[in-house]
Write a protein that binds this ligand. Sequence first.
Ligand code: SF4
Length: 286
Amino acid sequence: MCASHLSAYVEKRIGNNMRNYKMIKGRRRIGIAVSGGKDSQVMMHAMRKLIGKDRRRELIAITVDEGIRGYRDKSIECVVKYAELLGIEHHIFSFNDFAVQMDALMNKGRTDPCSYCGVFRRWILNKASRELSLDALAIGHNLDDVVQTLQLNIMRNEPLRIARFTPNGGVFNDRMFVPRIRPMFNIPEKEIIVYALIKSIPFHNGECPYAGHALRNPVREFINDMESKYPGIKFRMLNSYLSLLNHLNFPALRDNSILRCSSCGEPSSSKICKRCSFLNSAISHS
Ligand code: SF4
């Protein structure tokens, strides 16, 4: 494809995804989770282009600062400038206020940073989205992220997370849970990078210093290796997952039996949410 056809193709799929999965239907304030990396910067650009002129809707960008010096501070600079250029309201929420900063956690000798980081980030994103009265929060997961996450959730025995990881994540009908939408869930990472280059979208290309600890790395390598040997396998994994979703039937989802964390009051699948139990364990190791 030439540059103009590829960029039109990417935008068309994002638009189709939002329409076919009813991602913004009936929703007025749409949040965009933006880290400053290629995926979220592309998503902010595309959503601004596709729905930015719709006067019935507002776009609000949210960035979570995990406290990783030399990495997140640089990517945040990128978001701040680009959100301003696009005229999108932007808010930053810090681990410092709601959790433990990742640098501080790693200084305590932790070896599993991504587990903590992911739990804290998801908790903050939901709370921040609610405080900003968002009707949905767009997450920049691409096809590669989706199939890796699916594989990781299987390996970690996380059936509820598998069921909840949908393109339009409104599985729990709970007033305290802001639905996540994934407008780029079926777009390969390579196409997103090319789209960013074609459109001259600025993004931070650095790698988190703690990324080497992630189980995602070998999973990514395995799936990429399979894709090079058996082209199309990522799409087949995605399509298997979408077909399976129609048959998943968990009582916790059916009954909408989401609980409230007895410590922080946020939605949780157990008595104490993971953020609070991780926070307690991080503090007790200090
Ligand atoms: Fe957090 Fe791990 Fe991602 Fe670094 S690589 S930002 S520690 S989830």
